[in-house]
Design a binder for this molecule. Structure first.
Ligand SMILES: NC(=O)c1ccc[n+]([C@@H]2O[C@H](COP(=O)([O-])OP(=O)(O)OC[C@H]3O[C@@H](n4cnc5c(N)ncnc54)[C@H](O)[C@@H]3O)[C@@H](O)[C@H]2O)c1
Length: 318
């Protein structure tokens, strides 16, 4: 398997709800692809979104966006899966596990059957568990199956820190690692602003309550999906930009460092579980982990995050 000729300009989105359609809208504007295929269990939804998003093409660049089927996966460079139930107010990402594993059991074999040779990007939640399920059910090389992981959480963290410090969030270097969910861990010990240690930068900008401020910011980031869902029932623009960035890194073989979820083998004593750690990402997917500095407490929390995910995985019948 995995020997199809790849069309480097073709992406497939499976699931065209809020997240899938917002992501395709972001990808349409990126100029990365000349063909984007939309697949959804509700064919009308896929067709309607394809029509609507296509009407923006005259303001972007020439491409084809259309509703398709699983045969379109065969030569795609990237397949993105956003199909699945979203969180309802009060639900955690892990509450979605049974519903969305069942959906993955119907989707992943369809991809595997088409000898797919590209990168599989999982966005549906719980993203770490579903990425591990996708690796297992697809039989694809594990470096080619990645989850959006904490790319969004890390962006939320950078945004918050940028606001707090009144500095461009792109100059903030900070990662959230572990589960994309309640057990996620802020890697404060390696956070910096263009090389300046975070606490030093905070003091330069007049903030001295490090403990309180870091706790408030970490909580705000961790709870932002709940806060948004309480207000507008779904989150999709932040993840859409994250999907666009991940696709950009892969399609341009950028070898950028992104906290995508991927299979971990040994880092910080964690073995055989998919979660987010910064890694070099390029055309072949995940190349290698980047061992950022973690304090003893952060490493312990990361291990706990891995254990929480392993417990869920052990309860699944695959
Ligand atoms: N990773 C992240 O950071 C992140 C952020 C936001 C949302 N999400 C997740 O993305 C997923 C989608 O969220 P949403 O708000 O777009 O939900 P939504 O309900 O708007 O859309 C889900 C879509 O999936 C389709 N679908 C369901 N089963 C399918 C199947 N077997 N094959 C094809 N399509 C199928 C539905 O018809 C629907 O159009 C959820 O699991 C949500 O939690 C992830």
């Amino acid at each position: 398997m995995g020997n199809n000729k790849v069309n480097a300009k073709k992406a497939v989105m499976i699931g065209c709800g809020f997240v899938g359609s917002a992501s395709v809208f972001a990808l349409m504007q990126s100029g990365l692809f000349t063909e984007i295929v939309l697949i959804d269990a509700d064919r009308n939804k896929a067709e309607g979104e394809a029509m609507d998003i296509s009407h923006g093409i005259p303001f972007a660049s020439p491409m084809r966006i259309y509703a398709g089927d699983y045969d379109d996966v065969a030569d795609a460079a990237i397949v993105i899966i956003s199909a699945g139930a979203g969180q309802k107010p009060g639900e955690t990402r892990l509450d979605l596990v049974n519903k969305n594993v069942a959906i993955f059991k119907s989707i992943i074999p369809e991809i595997a059957k088409r000898n797919f040779s590209g990168i599989l990007l999982v966005v549906a939640n719980p993203v770490d568990v579903l990425t591990q399920v996708a690796i297992k059910l697809s039989g694809l090389p594990e470096q080619r199956v990645i989850g959006s992981g904490t790319v969004l959480d890390s962006a939320r963290l950078k945004y918050k820190l940028g606001e707090h410090l009144s500095v461009d969030s792109r100059s903030v270097h900070a990662f959230i690692v572990g589960e994309h969910g309640d057990s996620e861990v802020v890697a404060w010990s390696s956070a910096n602003v263009s090389g300046v240690e975070l606490s030093e930068m905070c003091e330069m900008r007049g903030h001295y309550q490090h403990k309180e401020n870091t706790r408030e910011i970490a909580d705000a980031v961790k709870n932002s999906a709940y806060e948004i869902i309480n207000r507008k029932h779904a989150t999709y623009y932040g993840i859409a930009m994250s999907v666009r960035r991940i696709c950009e890194v892969i399609m341009r073989d950028e070898k950028s460092i992104l906290p995508v979820s991927h299979m971990i083998h040994g880092a910080y004593g964690i073995e055989d579980v998919v979660l987010s750690m910064p890694a070099i990402v390029g055309a072949d997917g995940v190349e290698t982990d980047i061992p950022i500095k973690l304090s003893g407490e952060e490493a312990l929390k990361l291990k706990e995050s891995a254990d929480a995910l392993k417990e869920i995985l052990a309860s699944l019948e695959l």
